[in-house]
Design a protein around this ligand. Structure first.
Ligand code: MG
Length: 378
């Protein structure tokens, strides 16, 4: 096979140096190991469900808002652009980006918090760890093993954070959380591309929904700066064009800053290979000034969008749906679909959590109706 990765920097993740898959498989004749990982994610059931899962807005609230699927595609796009500039492995960042939210519950963070509360006495629920479980265990696509049997590097990138207790149970993959070492540059990059994507598309969706106003946005320095640039370049511009031009420039500023700062960090640390990357401090980073601006934007979104009373109302409904379903299944696991009753070694709370976490927003709403509304079909 032609060497598909000869253009990569020495400190990038190379397929040939991968720590491999849990179940050994022969190499592909046409694709690198990380290309295969990306392709497996795209063909997974959990990936298709992302289309009907919420980021901030519930799936039925409007057709133009981001879903977890479009969010994941935007993360992959941003991460790949940056990876190419840094000569990192684009296939690996794409695989991580597309998989990073596979474990999300329905109804975004409200759903995650509700399910975590339900699981409090049963080991808790953490969406990031759940993403790993989806690719390691829950997907049923292969005759010989559970899950997608992805490479160590893709799994390492999916697991962004982890409690010490969970890390200890994860062996090799959890070790960096106990030792305080870093993952690959590709993993570090996918993590920050996620942040660039959601900060910017939440502004866009917030304005589109009317929950945020342009007047409010002016208190965000990064927004004000770029909006002024747009107004100077296109006097009289307004509406969607003004918003899109401003958001576009903000994303570009963040990307360029991340590339330049990371290049400087790499030049200073001079990691010879991926092992040196893992032993160094975090190298993929924003400059302090841009980091501060991004923090201010985050704080703004938290106050004005994620805590907006209309978002809070939907969150309250979502929490009720999830805790109702969890309690009903716990009270009588025979109400679960048969394939869930037998699965996962009979740990009832965990398999109920898997069932609920796998639901899309609309499936959860429908399942709640089926379970609680008399007269509704079961
Ligand atoms: Mg994300």
């Amino acid at each position: 096979m032609t060497d598909l990765e000869s253009h990569l920097a020495p400190y990038a993740a190379h397929s040939a140096q991968s720590r491999g898959r849990v179940h050994a498989e022969p190499a592909s004749s046409s694709r690198s190991e990380f290309q295969r990982d990306r392709d497996r994610v795209i063909h997974s059931t959990a990936f298709r469900r992302l289309e009907y899962k919420t980021q901030v807005f519930v799936n039925h609230e409007g057709d133009l808002f981001r879903t977890r699927l479009t969010h994941s595609l935007e993360v992959a796009q941003i991460a790949r652009s940056i990876a190419r500039n840094l000569r990192l492995n684009e296939d690996l960042v794409e695989a991580i980006s597309l998989a990073h939210d596979l474990g999300h519950t329905p109804f975004g963070h409200a759903g995650q918090d509700a399910l975590n509360a339900c699981m409090k006495n049963h080991g808790g629920f953490e969406h990031n760890l759940q993403s790993l479980l989806v690719v390691d265990e829950l997907e049923e696509r292969y005759g010989g093993f559970n899950g997608l049997n992805l490479t160590f590097e893709t799994r390492e990138g999916i697991l962004k954070h982890c409690s010490r207790v969970n890390a200890a149970a994860l062996g090799e993959l959890g070790r960096r959380f106990l030792e305080g070492t870093q993952p690959s540059l590709e993993a570090q990059l996918a993590n920050l591309a996620d942040e660039i994507a959601y900060n910017n598309h939440d502004i866009d969706d917030g304005l589109r929904s009317g929950l945020l106003t342009l007047e409010q946005m002016d208190e965000v320095p990064m927004w004000g700066r770029h909006r002024a640039e747009v107004m100077a370049a296109y006097p009289g511009i307004n509406g969607r064009r003004l918003i899109n031009e401003t958001v576009r420039r903000m994303i570009n500023t963040l990307i360029v800053d991340l590339i330049e700062t990371t290049q400087r960090n790499i030049a200073a640390a001079r990691p010879a290979d991926i092992d040196a990357v893992r032993a160094a401090g975090p190298l993929v980073a924003f400059s302090p000034a841009v980091r501060e601006e991004a923090q201010a934007l985050k704080r703004f979104l938290f106050r004005h969008l994620y805590r907006h009373y209309l978002v809070m109302r939907m969150s309250a409904k979502a929490q009720r749906i999830i805790s109702d379903l969890f309690e009903a299944f716990m009270a009588d696991p025979r109400l679960l679909p048969p394939q869930y009753q037998a699965a996962h070694g009979g740990d009832a709370p965990r398999l109920i959590a898997h069932y609920i976490a796998g639901m899309t927003d609309r499936y959860a709403i429908r399942e709640h109706r089926r379970m609680f509304a008399v007269g509704e079909q079961n």
